[in-house]
Design a protein around this ligand. Structure first.
Ligand code: PHE
Length: 332
């Protein structure tokens, strides 16, 4: 009986090895281990054996049964792995061939503008800094020489965040708070630009968005003058827009610069476009940043990055930049 079982095991091993689909394996498993299988019949027959034989045969029977189970389950694992890789191969998507042409994505036109500005200023020796979009009242206003309750705070339609003391936390309305952070974090001289996202509670129209981008510039060194500011902005204008563009400064007011100016550029057709504000850093702002105004002076500027992108590409509606219509964005 034992030799019968061994013979059965050999045959079963061969049968299992030759199966190559899961349904057939399931059927073979029932045949080898189910109610009418050789091992089940042999177990029934055990009762008719004498006790000595019963012990030996019983032991071998258990071994054979375990071995059959192992063979079937091992084969199942192998066949399942094969089935999985066949499915994966069949469902593979070739993303390089979408639409039948090899079209790669590209950076958003605002990101392109942002990176170009960084390249340009880094080329002029500036470093790039960033600050938080959720700011405290001190960095966005107080340190920039807007006293509490000062009407100039109403220049910005500020979005406050429900955090801490009411009015203490806000979405930054401009990138100027990063000037303070740059001064707090280092020692002069500073030659930094600070691009970033800013927020105002404005209704979207062709020239305004509640979320937009600015690029701030800060230079603090010994003996910096208004002439350095004008020269830097003129150099920037020509480098960014081309040699047929020029710039001018018009008197203006910001609490954090004194004197302050608006920065306009003139296009080849002679028309002027306002790009942003600038001025000499107010002594109180230097002090708030931990810089001694007796020893250091500086200038700052800030302008709308989205507006530069519009200008450069002759787009006439700011909202188009953020509608995410690929037919539109794909042009730039
Ligand atoms: N922060 C000002 C604004 O958003 C722009 C500005 C920056 C003006 C730096 C002067 C100096 O309107």
């Amino acid at each position: 009986m034992i030799s019968n079982l061994d013979h059965h095991l050999d045959e079963a091993a061969r049968a299992v090895g030759s199966i190559d689909d899961l349904d057939a394996l399931r059927a073979l498993g029932v045949e080898l281990l189910g109610k009418t299988s050789v091992v089940t019949e042999a177990r029934r027959a055990l009762g008719g054996l004498d006790p000595d034989q019963r012990k030996d045969v019983g032991q071998r029977l258990n071994e054979v049964r375990n071995e059959l189970e192992r063979l079937v389950s091992e084969r199942r694992t192998t066949l399942e792995a094969v089935a999985r890789s066949v499915t994966l191969e069949a469902e593979r998507l070739d993303l390089t061939e979408l639409d039948g042409n090899k079209r790669l994505g590209h950076r958003h036109v605002v990101t392109q503008t942002w990176e170009r500005l960084e390249d340009l200023f880094v080329g002029m020796g500036y470093t790039v800094a960033e600050g938080p979009e959720i700011e405290d009242e001190w960095h966005n206003f107080g340190a920039l020489n807007f006293p509490l309750g000062h009407p100039a705070r109403d220049m910005y339609d500020t979005l406050y965040v429900d955090h801490g003391v009411p009015g203490s936390t806000l979405l930054r309305t401009h990138t100027s708070p990063v000037q303070i952070r740059v001064m707090e974090d280092g020692e002069p001289p500073f030659y930094s630009i600070m691009p970033g996202r800013v927020f105002r509670s404005d209704t979207a129209d062709s020239t305004h968005m509640p979320v937009f981008h600015q690029i701030e510039g800060l230079v603090v060194d010994r003996g910096i003058t208004f002439g350095d500011l004008a020269g830097t902005l003129e150099a920037f204008t020509r480098a960014y827009f081309g040699h047929d563009f020029t710039s001018r400064l018009r008197p203006s007011y910001f609490p954090f610069t004194e004197p302050s100016a608006e920065f306009d550029i003139q296009r080849p057709d002679g028309t002027w476009l306002e790009l942003g504000g600038c001025g000499m850093v107010h002594p109180s702002v230097l002090s708030a940043g931990g810089v001694d105004p007796e020893e250091w002076s500086g200038f700052a500027f800030g302008f709308g990055l989205d507006r530069l992108a519009l200008m450069r590409h002759g787009i006439d509606d700011l909202r188009e930049l953020f509608r995410n219509d690929l037919r539109f964005l794909g042009q730039f």
